[in-house]
Design a protein around this ligand. Structure first.
Ligand code: UD1
Ligand code: CA
Length: 499
């Protein structure tokens, strides 16, 4: 038996005018993948060569297809968008197969099974045209399928009479046509008196009229939903998202308030993991087994090993995280962060372009940027790496076992040596040798009894008075104390202000 050959023609030249966005709707992301790539991948699974008809934003659309690595695609330009029939006519020179499978680029829920079924039915029926129909409660926007004694006609929404408009059998927009039929009849398409466009579905009526054999295949509406508006996009993404969530549920992942969670197409999750309310797992993210991702956390292009906890409200991007790690709540990791096993990164900590060695702790309110943190390091609360001088970024190194006290300012480039210690509140601008203790802060002075004097002075001049008037009250000529406390202004012409 000689099997017939097939080429697919995918229409993607339209202006997306009902979408009301500048960018072509075909480039809109649905669960992390451009809309157009869904039907293209489904076709790829059947290894059929493809012709892609581009027009509006052709370069951008072509670039997205190339980036996705879709092979065996010929591109044809439709410079003026004169309708779906005209678009297919533009691809004439690429028709090198017995059958031409035509579909629209705006139907992202189509799958390879449906395409396979359609090709089979077409072969079985020996039809000139095989096309898909669906039943839908609200057929608004679709071409309606009329059938009388096996004779079909498709009437577009805009051309429908009131009686036709209530018909809820729709043209799905997927067709297989014999090449010889297409070649002989596509030029017979007229122009709509309403829109002036050439309608591809008119070929169904032409084939019926010529008694060339037309087969209608009824398919589930959800597989062929078309996306014309942002509302359609929303509906379609809801379906895609719940498909992914059900897929991962079946593999042992618990979703808290599943309807609030977003998962992109390339995400993977290990069994036993828990994904909290409102979590977004984006891009090429991979979560290990038995992990916990707390509510409202966003994780993008990140790999996380087993048994790790990312607490709520954290944002983790472009990072690699080991096992038994704790991150957050309210932590932010970004731009290439590598975190080894058993690390603890706590609340209000930002880590940017850094590696954090095994069992290290950065537990509160810190900024660690452009840094290499060794293992078993402790970074005290409120520590900041000063990595930027306004011109360039510099590196901070904290070697294994070092203890950085609370509220340290580490002025990069700087190295805190192995097992070194820095005192709380230090400004560290010289390297700290291994095992050394660095103290980088002004020595504290206690002026005994001055608190009382200060209070009395303030009570005597509650609205503020000249510094000279305060001297006799303080009575030792030392206004340094008051300045230090920020209680007075030193300019003699100014009133004393309490700040
Ligand atoms: C089309 C069908 C309608 C069907 C519905 C299914 C026509 C005339 N109508 O309507 O019967 O029920 O799809 O979803 O075919 N395009 C081009 N060049 C053009 C015009 C459109 O490449 O000149 C592309 C668009 O980019 C889009 C696809 O063809 O990807 C379909 O066009 P669209 O305007 O969305 O058609 P519908 O009004 O949805
Ligand atoms: Ca459409």
């Amino acid at each position: 038996m000689v099997t017939s050959t097939t080429r697919a023609v995918v229409l993607a030249a339209g202006k997306s005018s009902r979408f009301k966005t500048k960018k072509s709707k075909l480039l809109s992301s649905i669960c992390g993948q451009e809309m157009l790539l869904y039907p293209l991948h489904a076709l790829e699974a059947h290894q059929v060569p493809m012709t892609l008809i581009l027009g509006h934003q052709a370069e951008e659309v072509q670039a997205a297809v190339a980036t996705a690595g879709i092979k065996d695609v010929s591109v044809v330009l439709q410079t003026e968008q004169l309708g779906t029939g005209h678009a297919v006519l533009c691809s004439k020179d690429t028709w090198d197969a017995d059958n031409i499978l035509i579909l629209y680029g705006d139907m992202p829920l189509i799958n390879k099974e449906l395409i396979g079924q359609l090709l089979e039915e077409h072969a079985k029926a020996h039809a000139a045209v095989t096309f898909c129909t669906a039943y839908v409660l609200d057929p608004h926007g679709y071409g309606r399928v009329l059938e009388h004694d096996g004779v079909f006609e498709i009437v577009e929404e805009k051309d429908c009479t009131d009686e036709q408009r209530v018909i809820n059998r729709i043209n799905a927009g997927v067709y297989v046509m014999r090449r010889d039929f297409l070649e002989a009849h596509i030029t017979q398409l007229g122009k709509s008196s309403v829109t002036g466009e050439m309608y591809l579905p008119e070929l169904v009526a032409i084939a019926c009229k010529e008694k060339l054999g037309v087969k209608a295949v009824s398919v589930p509406y959800d597989l062929v939903r078309g996306v014309n508006t942002l509302q359609d996009l929303w509906g379609v993404e809801q379906i895609k998202r719940s498909e992914f969530i059900k897929y991962w549920m079946a593999r042992g992942i618990r979703f808290e308030l599943a309807q609030s969670i977003h998962i992109d197409i390339n995400v993977t999750i290990g069994a036993g993991s828990f994904i909290g309310t409102g979590v977004h797992l984006l891009g090429n993210t991979s979560i290990g087994e038995e992990c916990f991702v707390g509510a409202f956390t966003i994780i993008e292009d990140t790999t996380i090993a087993d048994n790790t906890t990312i607490h709520s409200h954290s944002v983790v991007q472009h990072s690699t995280i080991g096992s038994n790690v704790h991150v957050g709540p309210f932590a932010r990791l970004r731009q290439n962060v590598t975190v080894a096993n058993d690390v603890q990164i706590g609340n209000f900590v930002e880590v940017k372009t850094a590696t954090v060695g095994e069992a290290s702790k950065i537990k509160h309110l810190s900024y660690i940027g452009d840094a290499t943190i060794g293992s078993k390091v402790n970074i005290g609360a409120g520590t900041v790496t000063c990595n930027y001088d306004g011109v360039k970024k510099s590196e901070t190194v904290v070697e294994d076992g070092a203890f950085v006290g609370s509220n340290n300012t580490l002025i990069a480039p700087i190295t805190v040596g192995k097992d070194a210690y820095t005192a709380a509140g230090s400004v560290v601008n010289n390297d700290v040798p291994a095992d050394a203790l660095a103290i980088g802060r002004t020595r504290q002075e206690n002026k005994l009894g001055y608190a009382k004097k200060l209070r009395e002075a303030m009570e005597k001049s509650p609205t503020g008075s000249h510094i000279e008037k305060m001297r006799p009250i303080i009575n030792d000529g030392d206004d340094e104390v008051l300045q230090f406390r920020g209680a007075v202004k030193t300019d003699p012409d100014q009133k004393i202000g309490f700040e």
